[in-house]
Design a protein around this ligand. Structure first.
Ligand SMILES: [Mg+2]
Length: 232
């Protein structure tokens, strides 16, 4: 079923395969609420304390670590996510795409900046595992996906050819990190969270899809181009 011209496909999890609405709910609403309850302060105070933390740690490994947040903020952030796990949901076209890729023999890897505990929680609630030959948390790598080092270390653990790889990810700094490393095909998502307005495809730096099945024609194009190059 598979053929050697098929690119390997790397998928981000939150905001790409899964609706970022869950993470927005946890970090922007529930964490400030629980923080305010815990410290008996106003919600405004909690929002301002937390947003300072967010600004300091954005795009670092600490940012993605529930252990770090639990220590730093004094609220059990992992427990908080478990309390609202019913809200974890796939994005539009998620399973349709994954089933179709599996039928066509594509190799798919799940690469997430969520920590190992966060990855486990998501997989317990949305059954993504059957579609992936590799599933990696950046916590295991020691760098978040924004860094070239993530891709270098990943490649030593699980070999792949960056020239024949496609990354789908909703975060521009991650796509830029992957581009620096040399991943040839990069695709982003117009509406990572169903609770927020979609971003305009024209304003994004990378080709963008919303329904995940829109990736299928892009993959066809990639392979046709490769054939053109090889036969030219
Ligand atoms: Mg994401």
């Amino acid at each position: 079923m598979s053929d050697s011209t098929q690119p390997i496909i790397f998928f981000d999890m939150d905001g790409t395969l899964l609706d970022l609405a869950f993470d927005d709910l946890i970090w922007n609403t529930k964490l400030p609420e629980r923080h305010a309850e815990t410290y008996q302060c106003s919600l405004e105070q909690s929002h301002s304390i937390l947003s300072d933390f967010y600004q300091q740690h954005k795009h670092t490994l600490s940012w993605y670590s529930s252990t770090y947040w639990t220590e730093k903020v004094g609220v059990d952030v992992l427990q908080l996510q478990y309390d609202f796990k019913d809200k974890i949901a796939p994005r539009i076209g998620c399973f349709e795409l994954l089933k179709s890729l599996q039928q066509q023999g594509y190799r798919c890897w799940l690469l997430t900046n969520a920590d190992c505990a966060g990855l486990k929680l998501k997989l317990e609630n949305v059954d993504l595992s059957p579609y992936f030959e590799v599933m990696i948390s950046s916590e295991e790598i020691g760098y978040s996906k924004e860094f070239v080092e993530f891709w270098q270390i990943l490649q030593t653990k699980h070999f792949f050819d960056p020239q024949n790889a496609c990354l789908v990810d909703d975060t521009a700094p991650v796509l830029n990190g992957a581009a620096k490393f040399g991943i040839a095909h990069l695709v982003t998502i117009t509406q990572p969270s169903s609770l927020r307005a979609p971003r305009h495809a024209l304003e994004l730096e990378f080709p963008a899809i919303n329904d995940l099945t829109e990736l299928l024609p892009i993959l066809e194009q990639i392979q046709n181009k490769d054939v053109d190059v090889k036969t030219a």
